[in-house]
Design a binder for this molecule. Structure first.
Ligand code: ZN
Length: 227
C-alpha cells in the first residue's frame, strides 16, 4: 500500500494538530523503513512471483517490521520519541502516533497475499489479498487519499502553502501508487532495500516542509482553524 498510509497520517493530524504532519507520515511508513533495514541485514525479504508481470506485487516475509507484536513494540517506541518532540500534550501525541504506526498492520494485512505474522515468523498470518484485485485496491487507496486531504484541508485553514502544497503532494503520490499497474519488470533486491529506507524519509520530509506554515499557525494560535 502506498498513498493509503499517507492518507491515514493526514486524517490523524486532526487528533494531534500541534504535531507536524511529517511525524505522522513517517509513523505511517515506519514499518516499510524498518523493512529496508532488516532486509539490508538479510533478516527479511521479498520474493518475486513467477507471474509478476500480471500480478504487479511481491510476496513478503517480514516478521520483524510488519508483524503485529513487532509493530506494537515499534509503535510504543516511536510514539514516545514523537511525544518528546512536542512539549505539550505528550500523552495524546504518543497515543496518536502509536496508533498511526499500528495502522500499517491493518492496511498491509488487507492487501498482502502471503500475510503478516501476528507474533513471530511461524505464527498465524493476516493477509486478505486485496492485491489480487489491484484496481479495486487502488480505488480504495484513492478514496482514502481524498478523505485524508479533506481532513487536512480543513485543519490547515488559511495556510495556503500547506493546503495547496499538501494537495499536490497527495495527488502526485496517488498517481505514483497507480503507476504500479504499469510495472511488469520486477525491481532488483538492492533497489528495493534502498527505496524502502529512503522513501519514508523523503516523503515525511516533504510533508514536514509543507506542514510548517499550518503548524506555526497552530502554535502561535488563532490564525489556523482548530479541529
Ligand atoms: Zn508495508
Amino acid at each position: 500500500m502506498g498513498i493509503g498510509h499517507v492518507a491515514v497520517a493526514l486524517g490523524a493530524s486532526r487528533a494531534a494538530p500541534r504535531l507536524n504532519v511529517g511525524w505522522l507520515v513517517f509513523a505511517a511508513l515506519l514499518a516499510d523503513f524498518l523493512l529496508g533495514i532488516f532486509a539490508f541485514f538479510g533478516l527479511e525479504h521479498a520474493t518475486v512471483p513467477v507471474d509478476y508481470a500480471s500480478r504487479h506485487y511481491l510476496l513478503f516475509d517480514v516478521p520483524y517490521s510488519h508483524g503485529l507484536l513487532a509493530l506494537l513494540t515499534w509503535s510504543l517506541i516511536f510514539g514516545f520519541l514523537a511525544s518528546r518532540s512536542v512539549g505539550l500534550e505528550a500523552r495524546r501525541i504518543w497515543l496518536v502516533v502509536g496508533l498511526v504506526v499500528l495502522s500499517h498492520f491493518l492496511l498491509d494485512g488487507l492487501v498482502h497475499v502471503a500475510g503478516l505474522p501476528l507474533i513471530g515468523k511461524t505464527s498465524p498470518k493476516l493477509g486478505l489479498g486485496l492485491w489480487n484485485h489491484m484496481p479495486l485496491e487502488l480505488a480504495l487507496e484513492t478514496a482514502m487519499a481524498i478523505v485524508g486531504i479533506a481532513v487536512y484541508w480543513k485543519l490547515a485553514g488559511s495556510s495556503s502553502v500547506s493546503r495547496y502544497g499538501m494537495s499536490i503532494f497527495v495527488l502526485l503520490f496517488t498517481a505514483m501508487t497507480w503507476s504500479q499497474l504499469l510495472v511488469t519488470t520486477p525491481p532488483k533486491a538492492q533497489q528495493l532495500n534502498v527505496s524502502w529506507m529512503v522513501a519514508p524519509v523523503v516523503l515525511s520530509a516533504i510533508a514536514c516542509g509543507l506542514d510548517r506554515q499550518r503548524e506555526r499557525g497552530v502554535l502561535v494560535g488563532g490564525r489556523v482553524s482548530k479541529p
